[in-house]
Write a protein that binds this ligand. Sequence first.
Ligand code: GLY
Length: 405
Amino acid sequence: MNARSFLAGIGLCVCAACTTSQGELSPDEALDYCDRQVHRTLEQLQQTEGGTDYTRMPRNILKGETDWNCRKATQDEWCSGFWPGVLWYDYEHTGDEAVRAEAERFTESLQFLSEVPAFDHDLGFLIFCSYGNGYRLTGNPAYKQVILNTADTLATLYRPAVGTILSWPRNVQMFGGHNTIMDNMINLEMLYWAARNGGDKRLAEIATSHADVTMRHHFRPDYTSYHVAVYDTLNGDFLRGCTHQGFSDASMWARGQAWAIYGFTVVYRETHLPVYLDFVQQVADVYLDRLPEDAVPYWDFDAPDIPDAPRDASAAAVVASALLELSTYVSAEKGAHYRKEAVRMLESLGTERYQSREQNRAFLLHSTGHYPANSEIDASIIYADYYYIEALLRLKRLQHGKPVF
Ligand code: GLY
């Protein structure tokens, strides 16, 4: 079998129109596909009795289902910012004012989060994916204020004795101390942004302290990460690393490692400190070294039933997006490697194996949410779609010689 028929066999696009003149994947076709799926989702949401309920956000489509399961945007629903974010990215690609209007309506139903005390650390996911993209694209000053207020709220979870943000206040007793989860690295971007855009400068210091302590304790010597780091609440001593959503305390949970790659790339962007650039390359390299052939990880790199274990397309989308940014900070040789790996991930996610196409209204199939809780296994999940469209837009910007974000 030659390379072309092999690629066709696994559903990879091999037409000239899908690649640039340099032979790299051209993201336009996949972005247009995302736009079609966005409209199918909007159609579903409009079919609700009384019309679209802008306080309910698409969360997942479970295996075999065709329509989104939506969740009310409450303080404890960490995924509510992703659908508005998807709409903003789709608007960025299409310029479609109807999509922008929908993005605004869904985004604005999250405003309450800037007016209430913090429930947990997910405020960055919630507000920066929605309001953050909205402000970037529209400059709406009301959006800026929501982000600034929410950054202050997130900072109330910072504990100086430890030097990190407390991720889950409700679980201090369960973990036996101050808990910080790797996902929390994603929330730092909003703190840095706020510090640079009129907010308290201390927000950037909090973010960097969080990154520093996380770098010191949240990784094993081989740069694989724990999901959860537990610290003594009073004196800040690191007590133990363990898992919550991964296979075991000693395993590399795929999305946790993905959050680490993405998060430390952002910390380098914001601080320009070489220590983070060196570090994030190690964290990325151990992930890349252990990927299966199609560049989409199993939900945990140490899942005992590999190769039959479910995949996590969301981790692949997060890492593809992060590597495209990271590729612009490292040496030319390493940058070409990271970009090639990111494109390989996007090519794989663009095949009929991973794209939902007619099967359901999402962009992607085969993500895993919380395997140990038997929740969202081999499903379409909204954050996979968010990072997929983000990565495609980043690749497009790079191909046009523009900054990646
Ligand atoms: N932040 C939770 C997760 O990644 O599933």
